[in-house]
Design a protein around this ligand. Structure first.
Ligand code: FPP
Length: 246
C-alpha cells in the first residue's frame, strides 16, 4: 500500500531501469561475474516488491539487450538459466501481488522453453490490475523503431493509409510499450552514462538519473531515494517554468 497520498502524487507514472554493474560488483568481491547476476536477481525481486508496495503504476526493467548476445556463450547461458529460474518461480508471486507482467523485445530468438514460460506468465497475470511490469528481454530500441516503421511502410504500400496520417501517437502505438505511458524517469546504475539502445523513442522527455550504485546493491532504500530525487525535479517538456511566464 502507498504510505501516503502526497508521496504517491509525486510518483513517476513509469520508471524504467537499466540494471548495470553486476559484473563489476562481483569482481570487487573476487567473485565470478555469474555471482553478480545471481545477486542482481535479488535486486529485481526487491525493486518489484517495493514498486508494488508504494503503488507504482508502471515499471520496465532492462534485463537483456539485443547486443547482450555478443557476450561469451557461458555468460549468456548463465543469464538464460537465471531468466528460466525467475520466470518459473517468481511468476506466482507476481500474480499474487496483482502484477501484470509482459515482455518487450524480440521473441524470435528466445529458447522455446523460455518463450513458453514468458507466455504463461503473461497469461497468468493478464487480468491483474496493479503494477504493469515489463521486462525488456532481447530488446533493442532501434530494432523496435525500425519494425514500427516497416509496418507503416507496408500499410502505405498497400494503400491502407496515407504517410501524413503517421503521427507521434500512432507511431507510439506500434511500439512494444503500447498501453504504458512513456517513462518519466529512467535510472541507470553503475555510473555509466549511456542509454544503450533502451526506449529511445519513449524517453524523449524522461528525467534521467545515473547513479554510482552497482545493480546488486540497488534495493528498496536506493529505489526510494531515487524516487525522492525524481520528486524534486522540475519537468518542463520544452516549455519554461510556470513562474517565468510573464
Ligand atoms: C548488467 O551488468 C546486467 C545485465 C546485462 C543483465 C541484467 C540481469 C539481471 C539483473 C539478472 C536477471 C534478471 C531477471 C529479470 C531475472 P553487467 O554484466 O553489464 O555488469 P558490468 O557492466 O559491471 O560488467
Amino acid at each position: 500500500m502507498p504510505s501516503n497520498s502526497a508521496a504517491q502524487a509525486s510518483l513517476p507514472r513509469h520508471v524504467a531501469i537499466i540494471m548495470d554493474g553486476n559484473g563489476r560488483w562481483a569482481r570487487k568481491r573476487g567473485l565470478p561475474r555469474s555471482a553478480g547476476h545471481v545477486a542482481g536477481v535479488e535486486s529485481v525481486r526487491e525493486v518489484v516488491r517495493t514498486a508494488v508496495h508504494i503503488g507504482l503504476a508502471n515499471l520496465t526493467l532492462y534485463a537483456f539487450s539485443t547486443e547482450n548476445w555478443k557476450r561469451p556463450l557461458i555468460e549468456v547461458n548463465h543469464l538464460m538459466a537465471l531468466f528460466r529460474g525467475y520466470f518459473r518461480k517468481d511468476v506466482r508471486e507476481l500474480r499474487d501481488m496483482n502484477v501484470r507482467m509482459r515482455i518487450i523485445g524480440n521473441r524470435a530468438r528466445a529458447a522455446n522453453d523460455i518463450l513458453s514460460m514468458i507466455e504463461e506468465g503473461e497469461s497468468l497475470t493478464a487480468d491483474n490490475t496493479g503494477l504493469n511490469l515489463a521486462f525488456a528481454f532481447d530488446y533493442g530500441a532501434q530494432e523496435e523503431i525500425v519494425a514500427a516503421a516497416r509496418k507503416f511502410a507496408e500499410a502505405v504500400k498497400q494503400g491502407k493509409m496515407e504517410p501524413d496520417s503517421i503521427t507521434v501517437e500512432s507511431f507510439s502505438q506500434q511500439l512494444q510499450t503500447d498501453g504504458m505511458p512513456d517513462p518519466d524517469f529512467v535510472i541507470r546504475t553503475s555510473g555509466e552514462r549511456r542509454i544503450s539502445n533502451f526506449l529511445l523513442f519513449q524517453s524523449a522527455y524522461s528525467e534521467f538519473l545515473f547513479i554510482e550504485t552497482m545493480w546488486p546493491d540497488f534495493g528498496r532504500a536506493e529505489f526510494l531515494a531515487a524516487l525522492e530525487h525524481f520528486a524534486g525535479r522540475e519537468r518542463r517538456f520544452g516549455s519554461v517554468a510556470t513562474e517565468a511566464v510573464a
